[in-house]
Design a protein around this ligand. Structure first.
Ligand code: SF4
Length: 463
């Protein structure tokens, strides 16, 4: 999971890229970078840490130019190191090219090995670098022609923003796993992972980039071009469940609305359950709990005080840090909890270790009974499309029955939302095009080689 942003033709390009990345900070906190086009010379500033720590006023002043692209990273493929921070900038026979990538190229190892045999030298362990090397090897007349030649060689998930002197190009993989939207502000075009970044930067969202589509922004115009036939449009449904900001729009509805409806559907599926209060694990669980409460007439109460300055536990790359921050960030409100039967809603259950701590925390604070409700189905298989879910061995639902999971986390009851309800809440009637592979174990593309590396049995492609 990463966030990408681009803006073309604006005198405040680097500052607006900073605003865009700051708005997307929830998508990754490991590193950030901005590249600008300073009258034909690409300038960059890239660092480890938060956007606000990396980009001082002085750093932004050096990023001159009327176009900028930026990236914030949470590592999925490649280690946590400045070498893998993006945008990547390459000086080659193509001239200067920069790229910001969100996703995971599932055949990158195969392509990399072939390119290395031909003498290519890679600077990073990131899967993103393969596209730059492919572009240097198989060239077209213009950058967009080079991309149209090479993007079809990639498998898996990608939303890209490229920059070369005079142009910014956005591209989305033929399944549309990872999000990419186009916006406009006056004469400037913007590209971003989420609509919230376009709107906070002062623009208006035009539309999503379609699967298998390129948008070339050059000379104040945006032109669209197909580089591959769209396959099953399968946006990652975890955008609505967890990643995206509530004020973003995905598949025609706001993430907030989708989450509220998910909560209401969960209440319908759990009809007849008795409890004193319903609450959510902050932040996303709160909206789910409000939807549940309004549907079930069980009062909503806040049971945890969240410390907002510790980061999001799911996206800390190190297990030791993950446990530490999970403990730090949620403080129980004892008066509300004591003697109560509580329905507690969380967005998902991955390893089970965080839920176990939360339940223990509530019981220690005097809760009588904890009914754990998960706003998504059981995750039984890893994600190969750019989301940092663990291997099958670590995915609790891949190894234990629901009853054993309930016992492991220490809850009195455990409920999951059905897949049908999740999909129906996330898109409107006309648009329910989502990837749900981590709930089904059936994948939308060929992932056998990657699956083997994860130590799981061969998987089916397509659904
Ligand atoms: S496998 Fe799951 S996490 Fe990965 S893209 Fe599909 S829905 Fe999203």
């Amino acid at each position: 999971m990463c966030g990408i942003f681009g803006i073309a033709d604006n005198k405040d390009a680097s500052k607006l890229a900073y605003v865009g990345l700051f708005t997307l900070q929830h998508r990754g906190q490991e590193s950030a970078g901005i590249v600008t086009d300073d009258r034909g010379v690409l300038r960059h500033h890239i660092g480890m840490g938060l956007v606000s720590e990396i980009f001082t006023r002085e750093a932004l002043e050096t990023l001159k130019g009327r176009s900028a692209i930026g990236h914030i990273r949470y590592s999925t493929t490649g280690s946590s190191h400045i070498k893998n921070a993006q945008p990547l900038v390459l000086d080659s026979c193509l001239g200067q090219v920069a790229v910001a990538h969100n996703g995971n190229i599932t055949n990158s190892d195969r392509i990399k090995a072939a390119l290395q045999k031909g003498g290519a030298i890679f600077q990073s362990t990131s899967d993103t670098e393969v596209i730059l090397h492919l572009m240097a090897k198989y060239r077209g007349k213009r950058l967009e022609d080079t991309l149209a030649k090479n993007l079809p060689k990639l498998e898996g998930a990608y939303a890209f923003i490229f920059m070369a002197p005079g142009k910014v190009i956005g591209a989305r993989d033929p399944n549309g796993f990872r999000p990419l939207v186009l916006g406009k502000m006056g004469k400037s075009f913007l590209l971003a992972s989420e609509t919230c970044a376009i709107e906070v930067a002062g623009g208006k969202t035009i539309r999503e980039i379609e699967p298998g589509e390129l948008v070339v922004i050059e000379g104040g115009k945006a032109t669209f071009r197909r580089f591959a036939r769209a396959r099953n449009f399968t946006r990652c449904i975890f955008e609505q469940v967890y990643f995206a900001r509530p004020d973003s729009q995905v598949a025609g509805r706001s993430v907030q609305t989708a989450r509220y409806e998910i909560g209401a559907l969960l209440a319908r599926e759990m009809k007849g359950v008795k409890a004193d209060i319903v609450s959510g694990v902050p932040d996303s669980g709160t909206v789910y709990a409000q939807g549940f409460s309004d549907e079930s007439w069980i009062p909503y109460q806040t049971v945890f005080m969240r410390n907002h300055y510790t980061g999001r536990s799911f996206i800390q790359p190190d297990q030791r840090l993950r446990e530490f921050t999970a403990h730090l960030k949620l403080a129980p409100i004892r008066d509300v909890i004591k003697g109560k039967t509580i329905i507690l809603i969380d967005d998902s259950l991955v390893r089970g270790t965080t839920s176990r701590k939360i339940v223990k925390n509530l019981k220690n604070a005097g809760a009588k009974k904890i009914i754990m409700a998960i706003a998504s189905p059981a995750i039984i298989s890893p994600c190969f499309y750019g989301i940092d879910t663990p291997s099958k061995a670590e995915l609790i639902a891949s190894n234990l029955t629901a009853e054993r999971i309930r016992r492991f986390i220490g809850a009195d009851e455990l409920h999951y939302l059905s897949l049908e309800s999740l999909v129906s809440a996330c898109g409107d009637q006309k648009d329910r095009n989502f990837c749900v592979s981590c709930f089904t174990g059936s994948y939308n593309t060929r992932v056998d080689a990657v699956a083997k590396a994860y130590g799981i049995r061969p998987v089916k492609a397509g659904r």
